[in-house]
Design a protein around this ligand. Structure first.
Ligand code: NAP
Length: 357
């Protein structure tokens, strides 16, 4: 099979410290050893980059995948929309990531992972992924092409680690008042609510961790939950019950958020008796879970009914050379540590796949 690409211009990253991995990478069929370089396509006028491993997303899953791929001697790029670190960077304190006896700030954890990936030789491109064109093996193409807002990035292996984004309440006023009192990140915006009255919506770990974080700044924190039982872990529940500033409104949902130019009140409905009430607040922190960031996949890779990518235990999707890791995949435990483990597994599977080409 005559593969497309830069045949004959073999490339092995310098600085790989794992000599076994390097030897393994060197043994890979010459056709798969690509020169990573940028070129301009004469036909479509878009810049094209080529790597052996293309990692979509720079959270714990993507960064861990990049560390493992780069250490295997593969040219590796991380495509990230925002700052590398992912959602963990929003956590003020992470206390359940092994190795940090006294906890670590999410920002510090994310930045360390990113520095480690770059030290191993992975590159980072800040751009938004908009689609994937799968390799056409019938037409002798072994490259998948990742479309981004800036360029096309071709890779032998693609690891989808795009995580998830905040779920919206989808109530009137939410979008209009985002950034004007409506927030999805207590760690980022908490200090703006010093001495104020805030509402947290949700009953999971995020909502309770957010309520605890906000109690450092706000005078009053009210958690509104649609049921009368929290989903959050026992440990977090214990902490919140010991914090007098935090109170609960059970069996309640937010129906509207009001305010001009900034949030001033919310309309609430009791789900048991349908009684409507209005509560004056300065801020609304929405913490009702997340949805996987997989819209760009179209029908290229199978997803479940929630949009999460379906994989086997090796984190291979149905498509050869495409893998998924972290919150974006079906059945993820949605923890930073499991995401990091996923990244390593996906990169090792990608290594096996590239070796087989
Ligand atoms: P989550 O566990 O899915 O919880 C979402 C919460 O929002 C649930 O209480 C849910 O209610 C509620 N909810 C969902 N849709 C709603 C709607 N439309 N209106 C009102 N309420 C709604 O999400 P999460 O809290 O973001 O946590 C995600 C994952 O990250 C979890 O696995 C969690 O353990 C992990 N996490 C861990 C930490 C930590 O410190 N270790 C911190 C944050 C997150 P129901 O309960 O009725 O479904």
């Amino acid at each position: 099979m005559a593969a497309e690409g830069f045949i004959g211009e073999h490339f092995l990253k310098k600085g790989t410290t794992d000599s076994g991995a390097k030897a393994n990478a060197e043994s890979i069929d010459a056709r798969s050893l690509l020169v990573k370089r940028r070129r301009r396509s004469a036909t479509i006028g878009r810049s094209i980059m080529e790597y052996q491993v293309v990692v979509l997303g720079g959270g714990p899953a993507g960064l861990s995948a990049a560390i493992y791929a780069a250490r295997s001697g593969f040219s590796t790029v991380i495509l990230e929309k925002m700052l590398p670190g992912g959602q963990i960077a929003n956590a003020s304190r992470v206390e359940n990531y092994p190795g940090f006896v006294d906890g670590v700030s999410g920002m510090e954890l994310g930045q360390s992972m990113h520095r480690q990936a770059e030290k191993e030789g992975a590159e980072t491109v800040i751009t938004e992924v908009t689609g994937i064109e799968l390799a056409d093996r019938g037409a002798d193409s072994i490259f998948h092409t990742v479309k981004t807002t800036d360029q096309d990035v071709r890779g032998l292996a693609v690891i989808i680690a795009t995580g998830s984004r905040y779920r919206l309440l989808n109530v009137p006023g939410e979008i209009e008042l985002t950034g004007k009192g409506v927030s999805y990140c207590a760690t980022c915006d908490g200090p703006f609510f010093r001495g104020k009255k805030v509402l947290v919506v949700g009953g999971g770990d995020t909502a309770i961790a957010d309520a605890l974080e906000l109690s450092k700044f706000a005078n009053e924190v009210t958690v509104v939950h649609r049921r009368d039982e929290l989903r959050a872990s026992r440990a977090l529940q214990g902490n919140v019950l010991r914090t007098p500033k935090i109170q609960f409104m059970w069996n309640s949902v937010v129906e509207s958020i009001y305010g001009d130019p900034a949030v001033s009140s919310v309309r609430l409905r009791n789900t048991k008796n349908d009684i409507i009430s209005e509560l004056a607040v300065d801020g609304v922190f929405v913490a009702v879970g997340s949805v996987p960031s997989t819209g760009f996949l179209g029908d290229s890779v199978p997803v479940d009914e929630f949009g999460c990518v379906i994989t086997n235990v090796q984190l291979e999707t149905d498509v050869a050379g495409v893998f998924a890791a972290g919150d974006v995949r079906h059945d993820s435990a949605r923890q930073a540590i499991t995401a990091a483990g996923d990244g390593a597994t996906a990169a090792l599977s990608a290594r096996r796949y590239i070796s087989s080409l």
